[in-house]
Design a protein around this ligand. Structure first.
Ligand SMILES: [Zn+2]
Length: 114
């Protein structure tokens, strides 16, 4: 995975952001194997959705969950389908070799948080 350490992207208090398969991260962030794997899972999700729809669906689902969760941004973020898959399997460094297409919308992690 291509990683660009810099002080500009992402803005604010975010530590890292995956833009079209390139990871932009603050220089002080600790990029563990698990973090990299989490981001690689996002890259796989993006690729199969042809990138732009990934971001549209990501933001749309986040907004719906923020409404449902009465403004709780962090909880809503963790409930996004893409994040649930990435957080569930981030520690499993072999996960991507057996991942099924569109796994973010499949059980079991999909039904975990509702
Ligand atoms: Zn993530």
């Amino acid at each position: 995975m291509k990683i660009i350490l810099n002080n500009i992207i992402p803005f604010g208090s975010f530590g890292a952001i995956n833009l079209f398969g390139v990871l932009f991260a603050k220089p002080n962030i600790r990029l563990t194997d698990e973090v990299i794997n989490h981001e690689e899972i996002h890259t796989r999700q993006m690729r199969e959705l042809l990138y732009l729809p990934f971001y549209i669906l990501y933001v749309f689902e986040w907004m719906l969950r923020v409404i449902k969760n009465r403004g709780n941004l962090l909880r809503s973020y963790h409930e996004i389908s893409f994040e649930r898959e990435a957080y569930t399997y981030g520690h499993d460094l072999h996960y991507l070799s057996r991942r099924k297409p569109f796994a973010q919308w499949r059980a079991p992690h999909h039904s975990k948080v509702q």
